[in-house]
Design a protein. Structure first.
Length: 56
């Protein structure tokens, strides 16, 4: 059974795939989407803070 933190929105997965490996600017809408599909266990403390600041 998946926990809430394990659910990755299909829309986010599709948007990240469309980036074709391009690394978006931190804090941009695309960066927020990349973070939405990145495993939470792989986030750095800085990424957590930046996500909270720019994406919520």
């Amino acid at each position: 059974m998946q926990g809430v933190s394990d659910i990755k929105p299909q829309e986010s997965i599709d948007r990240v795939a469309a980036l074709n490996g391009r690394v978006p600017d931190v804090g941009s809408d695309d960066w927020c989407e990349v973070m939405m599909v990145k495993d939470a266990k792989d986030w750095t403390v800085d990424e957590q803070s930046l996500f909270a600041k720019h994406c919520l």
